[in-house]
Design a protein around this ligand. Structure first.
Ligand SMILES: [Zn+2]
Length: 192
């Protein structure tokens, strides 16, 4: 935390912040192919939709948006001051139009403000990297979970198909039975 300096309404200060520049990149998991191949323990291969470049329930896009964080310093004029005085002292917040700026982000010179902005941009970039690494690991885990889920669903559906085939066969036999009887009846009638 930087040393507290008291500013007044009307003072022109340098505000330290970072900007975000979005860049569309090829998905690092599926390499733009929108699907991944999972090799099971028994050597079987399962192809799954890439969950990393999928947004919600939409189809995978093969791309992801990553941010480049840029250090910014801009001149602002203090328009109001919020002050809270308590047992630990006075805490001040500076208003510049609609924005509220903390004391840590206000500087007298552009150089000082940019130095802090660079630190903040680097930290945001590191956080993004950590989040990406975490998401990748999480998606790798979910792929094997998803493969397990879909294989179980397929197994279940196959069992259902067998059951339905059996039922259809029984129905067919029953309806044929009636037909046969009526044919036999007709034949019998003709014989008589
Ligand atoms: Zn992908």
């Amino acid at each position: 935390m930087k040393e507290e300096k008291r500013y007044s309404v009307g003072d022109i200060i340098w505000h330290s912040r970072y900007g975000m520049n979005p860049t569309v990149k090829t998905c690092p998991i599926c390499d733009g192919k929108k699907e991944v191949t999972l090799i099971l323990g028994n050597g079987d291969k399962v192809i799954l939709e890439c969950a990393y470049c999928q947004r919600g329930y939409n189809n995978p896009t093969g791309t992801v948006t990553v941010y480049e964080y840029i250090a910014v310093a801009e001149q602002r004029t203090i328009t109001a001051i919020n002050s809270v005085i308590s047992a630990i002292g006075e805490e001040r917040e500076y208003k510049c139009g609609y924005d509220t700026l903390g004391n840590d982000d206000i500087f007298d010179t552009e150089e000082e403000a940019l130095a802090r902005s660079r630190c903040k941009a680097e930290e945001a970039s590191r956080n993004q990297e950590t989040k990406i690494e975490y998401l990748k690991k999480d998606k790798y885990r979910s792929f094997s979970w998803n493969a397990g889920y879909w294989l179980r669903q397929i197994h279940e559906a196959e069992k259902n198909i067998e059951r339905w085939k059996e039922k259809a066969k029984i129905c067919e036999v029953r309806s044929k039975g009636t037909k046969v009887n009526s044919e036999m009846g007709e034949r019998n009638e003709r014989k008589e």
